[in-house]
Design a binder for this molecule. Structure first.
Ligand SMILES: NC(=O)c1ccc[n+]([C@@H]2O[C@H](COP(=O)([O-])OP(=O)(O)OC[C@H]3O[C@@H](n4cnc5c(N)ncnc54)[C@H](O)[C@@H]3O)[C@@H](O)[C@H]2O)c1
Length: 270
């Protein structure tokens, strides 16, 4: 479904850019509806050339918005929200993508009563393979959460969570692509170590990760069951699995998600 009205972005870097490109590719938004406030002139020029969207230098220059997506770094959100507040039409919606920042914190920078949704997408939105969690104050009209689901639904599945779980979401799926890229890189490096050429190793590593994820999605089987399908008794996978367990990979992943969740909570206090 296509969104109606004018859509503004305050900041459009890695995440804002991935989301905007994903939205345009999916047809949920059309370029003439979009105006981007981007302080980096080079980046703004690129967006306008590549995507044909209007750009301005600062959120204060935005006007007549039905939807504003706050996509600056968390420390800059309050200022950008204050600047852009004058641009919001009656009945409009603001969506914040900032890691850590609570709805109540962002609301302080907006006029009383401004509809607000907090979302945590991830960068695979760029290729229509994102996943997003959204939350809103339960007393707010649920129609606004529906609009947010429509925005992010254009670039992948959307889940709705209670706000207290948003830092865990950020740690898992917001930051998660970075952990997976490290894993792909490590698999490829390890293949090179065993004599494969780099290009072949990277192709094998990338498609193994993508294929395994597709198997979980398409078969609906638990990953543990799919792991057992690969693991022959006394075979190569069992030998590799023994090293994974000796290296404590599962425990490390728990620690990674715990640290990232903790960091999200710290960001709201800065
Ligand atoms: N990168 C991710 O994977 C990811 C995922 C989910 C959520 N987020 C959240 O998205 C937000 C943006 O993160 P990012 O990684 O895209 O950062 P980024 O630095 O890549 O992009 C931010 C952009 O905002 C611009 N900017 C800064 N101040 C501005 C201002 N006053 N007016 C207009 N533009 C301004 C910058 O030039 C930059 O292009 C953060 O709050 C982050 O927590 C990021």
């Amino acid at each position: 479904m296509a969104l109606k009205g004018r859509i503004g972005f305050a900041g459009c870097g890695n995440m804002g850019g991935a989301l905007l490109k994903g939205m345009l590719s999916a047809g949920v938004a059309q370029a003439p509806q979009v105006v981007v406030a981007e302080v980096d002139a080079e980046r703004a020029k690129q967006l306008s050339t590549d995507l044909d969207v209007a750009t301005v230098a600062a959120p204060a220059e935005l006007s007549d918005l039905d939807l504003l997506i706050l996509a600056v770094k968390p420390g800059l959100v309050a200022r950008a929200a204050q600047e852009a507040a004058q641009a919001m039409r009656p009945g409009s919606l603001v969506i914040t993508l900032a890691a850590g920042l609570k709805l109540a914190t962002v609301a302080l920078a907006l006029p009383a009563g401004q509809a607000l949704v907090r979302a945590m997408p991830n960068t695979p939105a760029l290729v229509g393979k994102g996943v997003t969690a959204v939350c809103a104050d339960p007393v707010q009209d649920s129609a606004y959460l529906d609009i947010a689901r429509e925005v992010f639904g254009a670039v992948g599945p959307v889940v709705t969570v209670e706000e207290k779980l948003m830092d865990a979401v950020t740690a898992l799926s917001g930051s998660g692509p970075a952990y997976v890229y490290v894993m792909i890189e490590a698999l490829a490096d390890a293949g090179v170590c065993q004599g494969l050429d780099r290009a072949t190793a990277l192709t094998l590593a990338t498609h193994t990760v993508a294929g395994a994820a597709h198997m979980v999605i398409k078969t609906g089987e638990h990953p543990g069951v799919l792991k057992d399908w690969v693991t022959s008794p006394g075979g190569t996978t069992a030998a590799g699995m023994a090293e994974l367990e000796r290296g404590g990979v599962r425990g490390v992943i728990y620690q990674v998600i715990e640290a990232a969740t903790r960091r999200g909570k710290e960001l709201d206090k800065k």
